[in-house]
Ligand binder design. Sequence first.
Ligand SMILES: Cc1cc2nc3c(=O)[nH]c(=O)nc-3n(C[C@H](O)[C@H](O)[C@H](O)COP(=O)(O)O)c2cc1C
Length: 407
Amino acid sequence: MSEHDSPMSRRQLLGSVASASAAIALTPRGALAESALHSMSIQQTEPAAADPLASVSDFERAARERMSTMAWEYVSGGAGDEQTLAWNTGAYTDIRLRSRVLQDVSQLDTSVQLFGRTLPHPILLAPTAYHQLVHSDGESETARGAATVESTMIVSSFATQRIEDVARAVPSASLWFQLYVQPDRGFTQELVQRAEAAGCQALCLTVDTPVLGARHRETRIGFQLPAGMSRANLERLSSATASSAHRPPEGAIYSEVLEPLLTWKDVAWLRGIATVPVLLKGVLDADDARQAVEAGVDGLIVSNHGARNLDTVPATVTALPRVAEAVAGRLPILLDGGIRRGTDVLKALALGATAVAIGRPYLYGLAVNGAAGVSRIVQLLRTEFEMAMALTGRTSLAALDKSVLWD
Ligand SMILES: Cc1cc2nc3c(=O)[nH]c(=O)nc-3n(C[C@H](O)[C@H](O)[C@H](O)COP(=O)(O)O)c2cc1C
């Protein structure tokens, strides 16, 4: 076995690359050159410890063992028969890649420009509710993990800690805020101002949830917030509202904390009061995407809410090309849903996404190992993404287009 085939030296090398490459300029990429690989493997004296948590799916299995049944069903579940849930991940396996050879891939640049900032890599944390269900330190713990790997965290309106407290706990975190407009627009405006004052750099208006989908797993388990846990950001509405179940009563579809009256007029209103970029989260349709451009929003997130709302809508990566065509480069497009591999990140970017966001994967990391688990998940995906870039012969995000796909 040559030193190039040694799994130990390869893993150690990649680990060192991953931890050293937190900075934007990816000079450690030179370590992937054969000479560096060769010399580093010779220098290794200690074998790397075995790591049973080598992929997102390893974390998923481990998380299932650690999470309460209530938390597991809430986090992992989708709507209806969970067709879209399966498609969100399955669609990536149906997309084949073209590998290319003899390209100089000794320097990789994974940085991306978004709203005037440079992100060192294109993997964000999608907004997810109720982190204290998974870890006692809740959203602050997630933010600590996100900060370590320089990943922007989109904090949910339904966080179990107030946005001010998350920002104060982790001043180095890059935060955006996800907005569920409340029937009380005065309160909603105040919430927007609080998020901006806390340092959130963008607002993601969730537009795909006027009502919840048929979440049978939540129904079967009787999902509710445990005593002592609440939607802390909504506490100024009323403590009863903040701790009420988000699920409507039996036979009803409307929820006290979701706004079925939300329309394009509200988008104009939000743009008028916001001082940071506004993205629409939950767009799948090309006509909606065109209207969003006309409405003057700053970005879109192609999302089907992690397959938790309308079952049998397509996978997000299936919807992405039509949205990208409609937008025609006029806005940055993010995508979430089903990203479990670095190759998934590559495929989404090739099909028109500027960046991606993950939901369940980092919650599994949070459940398994707190902040370190969150950062490890991002690091794993980033490392796999870098491998996929190198093996397709692409050295920057600008070089990722449809020509990287087999078809
Ligand atoms: C447990 C959980 C809670 C979520 N809570 C919210 C939320 O509060 N607001 C929101 O806009 N989206 C929410 N989402 C959707 C995510 O933002 C994202 O669209 C989805 O998780 C991406 O799919 P993935 O989990 O396959 O990565 C939630 C998703 C999950 C799994």
